[in-house]
Write a protein that binds this ligand. Structure first.
Ligand code: ADP
Length: 416
């Protein structure tokens, strides 16, 4: 079968005696139609998806075939797009022909008058173009509606999540504030009782009040920080200095538990880093606090600073409960906790890692986490080494904003 070039449209002629339609074919080609021919309906129907004809001229003389069925089969190949079918009847309008026409879009009686065929084909193709345009407009509307629907579903889901989040914020924050408040209240009441009875208070009571106050301070600070904009100052600093600040703060919160003795670090050999020392101290404190908290069976918390191709990777590792793979991205969302049940064994407002992420974003780096449930977790981030030609002067380091003085270098090995 040859496919002549044409711009008016592609016509597929299916007729058992297609050779007898040669004159019609030539006539239509002269009027810029591309005309393809097939003797057999099955072969023709298989061709339609690739050929994509604009109109089919279907001979009613296909041996042993029900013309209405063939017509329906042809139309269904392009459905829901419109493929007009014109019947080529061998005899004039008898009952059978009229019945077959119900499924078709036009009828020509053989011998076909070429001008009639041209007129009918032209009219049907004009209708087809209008139907196609409407159809594609409709398609665009349907996909726009589907898009809107997806957006709507997303908005509903988000609003449901936001409402759940709000509940968990209120629950978490009030729990996190209430627990240390009750401890401070109890410690102060007991100390007052002791004073009234003329008995010296035990150091344990004041330790309890101090640790609870530090906890309160940290919760309030964390929540305030989440809404605050961080001003980071990138300059050279020693990792040991930032770590020292972090460990001192951790020590205040985990006062009586001896948890600080579990922190093992060897960072004196780490080259000078570029970053915000106060911010890095805060990040380390948050990661160390979590490492201690989520290792209920104890185990060391290791802090390392190892060179990589693009800087120094600072890592905080624990041997705690670990985190399941599907939770690893979510834990950095504010107020998200793997276990947010009211019976969860670990405290926390669920904002620590969100702050870590914010701070590191500001410093142009990212937090990474590797974790295996039941084995432990390693949180790490990369900072560039400070350029060697500009070593920091001691006064510059002291000028870095920080909540702590933080000038004592951390020791290798156990910190505390
Ligand atoms: P919080 O510790 O107050 O719950 P975070 O934002 O610091 O909030 O951490 C979010 C969640 O990530 C925690 O509730 C916990 O489920 C998980 N997580 C964080 N650090 C660790 C860790 N070292 N080991 C296991 N789970 C952790």
């Amino acid at each position: 079968m040859t496919l002549p070039n044409s711009s008016a449209g592609t016509l597929l002629v299916i007729d058992h005696e297609v050779d007898r339609l040669q004159a019609l074919r030539t006539y239509l080609e002269q009027h810029h139609y591309r005309v393809c021919t097939e003797r057999e309906d099955r072969a023709a129907i298989e061709l339609i998806p690739t050929m994509q004809p604009d109109l089919v001229l279907l001979g009613m003389n296909l041996p042993g075939k029900d013309c209405r069925e063939v017509c329906r089969a042809i139309k269904s190949t392009r459905a829901p797009a419109f493929l007009p079918v014109v019947l080529l009847a061998d005899r004039s309008l008898d009952e059978q022909t009229l019945e077959a026409e119900q499924d078709a879009d036009g009828l020509l009686v053989k011998p076909v008058r070429e001008a009639d065929a041209l007129m009918q084909v032209g009219a049907l193709l004009r209708i087809k173009r209008q139907v196609d345009a409407l159809w594609s407009k409709n398609q665009a509307l349907v996909s726009e509606l589907e898009k809107r629907n997806t957006e709507l579903e997303k908005a509903v889901r988000e609003s449901r999540e936001a409402s759940l989040l709000k509940d968990s914020i209120v629950k978490n924050v009030s729990h996190e504030l209430k627990t240390p408040l009750v401890q401070v209240k109890a410690a102060v009441a007991l100390m007052a009782e002791d004073a009234r009875a003329g008995v010296p208070s035990t150091i344990a009571l004041s330790d309890m009040a101090t640790a609870a106050t530090a906890k309160l301070e940290s919760v309030v600070q964390n929540i305030t920080q989440l809404a605050a904009t961080f001003d980071v100052k990138l300059e050279a600093f020693r990792l040991a200095d930032a770590l020292s600040v972090a460990v001192r703060q951790t020590g205040r919160q985990w006062l009586s538990s001896g948890a600080v003795d579990r922190i093992k670090a060897s960072v004196d050999d780490v080259p000078l880093l570029m970053g915000d020392r106060g911010g890095v101290a805060q990040v380390l404190q948050q990661l160390i606090d979590n490492a201690i908290k989520f290792s209920p069976n104890g185990g060391d918390v290791e802090i390392t600073g190892r060179p990589e191709a693009n800087g120094i990777r600072i890592a905080v590792s624990d041997h705690g409960i670990g985190i399941a793979g599907d939770q690893l991205e979510r834990i950095f969302q504010a107020f998200y906790q793997v276990d947010s049940s009211s019976t969860r064994p670990f405290g926390g407002a669920g904002v620590g890692l969100a702050i870590v992420k914010l701070l590191l974003d500001k410093m142009g780096t990212a937090i990474d986490v590797q974790s295996t449930p039941g084995v432990g977790s390693t949180f790490s981030f990369l900072l560039p080494a400070a350029p060697p030609e500009k070593p920091p002067e001691s006064s510059q380091v002291a000028a870095v904003p920080s909540t702590e003085s933080g000038n004592q270098p951390a020791q290798s090995g156990t910190l505390g």
